[in-house]
Design a protein around this ligand. Sequence first.
Ligand SMILES: [Zn+2]
Length: 288
Amino acid sequence: MSMNESRRFFRWKGLLALALTAALLWAPALAQERVSFTTGLVGDGGDRLGRLDGLIIGIDAGHQAQANYEKEPVSPGSSATKAKVSSGTQGAVSKTPEHVVNLQVALKLKQALLREGASVVMARESADVDISNVERAQMMNQAGADLVLRLHCNGVDTASAHGMVMYVRKTGEKAQESDQAAHCLLTAMLAATGAQDRGVAHSDDYSGLNWSQVPSVLVEMGFLTNPQEEALLISDAYQDKLVQGMVEGIADYFDRQDQDAVAQAGEPAQAEPATGEAQAANAQAVGE
Ligand SMILES: [Zn+2]
């Protein structure tokens, strides 16, 4: 089999696993409105192949209408605990809650990914849910997601702070793949939006990343506490740019994964994209 054929073969095996998982989870999901599976196999026109054909992408719209400050372990086997889901930030001027913006972008991203042929797993599709960060990660693990985007907006006391930053786990499972995906996403999202580059930050403080067994990136799309960036983040046009950047970044990541596979077979691979490390200003704790 050629590289593309074998990639497609393994992707279809993955889809079968997804279908089985979906079948197992669908009944309780319908009752509780908690888990939502959407598959690109439904109504995508048969043999039309998109750039993300056969891939399973997880989208976790950060936070929910009501925070849950019960505790859960920050990583598997850890005695350190963290709130299940924090409240998130809000718009400086409009007071729009972060969970609203995150879901608006998540739903746009879902449609864009389906158009590219991907299967999409949504952590939530409404605000009225109670799903902890660990549960969200486990949901994506069970679905066998090839990549997870956790969508968030940033918030700090300093109104002037603005720009985009990606968070990935520093160590552990799929840390390297997550880092590569984060660089691809950041480069493409900066190109699509013109936002300030705050780099890729590495941290083992995020339970939603630590519990993930698949590549996972926490995307801080911008600062809702900055009035100019808030106006962009809550606008339809800028959300479309964010999504366009994410789709390009995702496609680039999987292209590079394929190139790496080819390189392992003895052919030259392209160099990593040169995006800077995160500034020290990103070291502050960001709620998840
Ligand atoms: Zn957040």
